[in-house]
Write a protein that binds this ligand. Structure first.
Ligand SMILES: NC(=O)c1ccc[n+]([C@@H]2O[C@H](COP(=O)([O-])OP(=O)(O)OC[C@H]3O[C@@H](n4cnc5c(N)ncnc54)[C@H](OP(=O)(O)O)[C@@H]3O)[C@@H](O)[C@H]2O)c1
Length: 403
């Protein structure tokens, strides 16, 4: 393939997360990845120029590319001009489909930060076969949903095999998070619920390849009730991102041939004492009630009115003061247990997501032969594997499995 004008284009660069990706890549482009040829892209040139100015001297080398989400010609030209596209323009159901189609047709690798699993399932149906045949990597869900879950499960499966020559048949994860809400995230959730995608979201095997063998659904059902977990020694409740992350981990399990009996679940860690038991019960009831309430249009429009708008998000101090911590436990069929953890400072939906998706894009650019083989509509683990683990560690994220 002829060398393209750019290595990387950041699409949606004017958005709340998009602006953070510009700052992140500008810092890397000026320190270490000096040869990076990059551009920022979106639908509005004036806004893109403002974003580039605000990112300072390190972003001055970035070109500007203008293409609306519904302009296939401009998107094809954009995709043709670069090796990798990183998109933060969401709701992806509204602004992502033609961009991915352009990347597949122009054989450009692609990463994004969507958590919209019904949209990802449509990408699988429309593009997996062609992208796999061409070796093009289309990798959605490279933000906080679902990198920690997907790489965490993958690390335990690998470690169980290497250390004990055993098959890891079960992984569970418990999350603690401190962060804020973006208007774009709320808009994406409301768009899914308002456009009748709730049933698809509830399908626990939504992202598994078609025709795959039927598994025992009871092991994979989304948790609804709180419980005291004796391994984590804490009360756990349902985690709001679980219905996204578990689907992605199950796709990795299918694409990477994890053991047939493998199953994965994840939870929110609530705490240890009796107060935590009550909090976990209230959390479960609250999540159930709000998911039912959001089925009604009036409540969705109320939520949209009081919450942050697209383009808005938490304050800088809130983002810098955030954090996430994910404890993992894996079991083999013959009794071996391995523990691991993934954690980082910073609001996971902003600082963490920016680091994860930018490092995913850089992994595609610089991973070379260390990347797992093959293309398709992939997951972080199946498309980037150890290359992304290594890059995130080098960028300060903890990803470890106990010895
Ligand atoms: N994985 C995670 O953990 C995670 C974390 C945070 C966010 N997200 C997801 O990331 C997405 C973005 O979040 P955000 O907070 O950055 O949202 P945002 O601030 O509202 O940004 C949306 C971006 O989409 C662009 N856009 C809107 N309409 C467009 C069109 N017709 N053509 C081209 N571009 C268009 C906007 O451009 P303009 O500036 O021109 O309007 C903007 O750049 C959401 O889907 C959210 O759910 C995921």
């Amino acid at each position: 393939m002829a060398r393209r004008a750019y290595d990387l284009i950041l699409y949606g660069a004017t958005g709340f997360v998009g602006r953070q990706t510009v700052a992140y890549i500008a810092a890397r482009a000026g320190a270490g990845e000096k040869a990076l040829r990059w551009a920022i892209a979106g639908r509005n040139r004036d806004k893109l120029e403002q974003v580039r100015r605000a990112a300072g001297a390190a972003a001055a080398a970035a070109d500007i590319v203008v293409a609306g989400a519904d302009e296939p010609r401009a998107l094809n030209a954009l995709a043709r001009s670069t090796s990798v596209v990183l998109s933060t323009a969401g709701p992806f159901d509204l602004y992502g489909s033609q961009l991915v189609a352009a990347c597949v047709s122009q054989r450009s690798h692609y990463v994004d930060i969507t958590g919209e699993t019904p949209w990802v399932s449509r990408l699988v149906k429309q593009h997996h076969a062609r992208a796999a045949a061409d070796g093009t990597r289309i990798i959605p869900c490279c933000g906080f949903d679902s990198v920690p879950s997907d790489l965490g499960a993958w690390l335990l499966v690998q470690a169980m095999h290497k250390r004990h020559a055993a098959e890891c048949v079960a992984v569970k994860a418990s999350f603690s998070i401190r962060g804020g809400l973006n208007g774009g995230t709320l808009a994406s959730a409301l768009n899914m619920l308002g456009s009748g995608q709730g049933k698809a979201m509830a399908d626990v095997f939504l992202l598994n390849p078609q025709g795959e063998r039927v598994r025992d659904p009871t092991l994979h059902a989304d948790p609804l009730l709180p419980h005291f977990d004796t391994d984590f020694k804490a009360w756990l409740g349902p985690f709001v991102m679980g219905p996204v992350n578990t689907r992605v981990v199950r796709r990795s399990a299918a694409l990477l041939s994890y053991p047939e009996a493998f199953h994965y679940q994840e939870y929110l860690r609530v705490g240890t004492g009796p107060v935590a038991a009550i909090a976990a019960a209230s959390l479960s009831a609250g999540m159930f009630a709000s998911s039912q309430a959001m089925r009604f249009g009036l409540l969705r429009s109320l939520a949209a009115r009081v919450a942050p708008k697209p383009g808005e998000g938490p304050s800088v101090s809130r983002m810098d003061g955030g954090a996430f911590h994910c404890e993992l436990l894996g079991r083999s069929g013959n009794g071996h247990v391995l523990r691991g953890r993934i954690s980082d400072h910073g609001d996971p939906g902003n600082r963490g997501t920016t680091k994860m998706v930018c490092e995913a894009a850089l992994a595609l650019l610089f991973g070379g032969r260390r990347l797992p083989p093959g293309g398709g509509v992939l997951t972080p683990a199946s498309g980037l594997g150890q290359v992304l683990v290594d890059r995130l560690r080098a960028a300060g994220m903890v990803l470890e499995v106990d010895p």
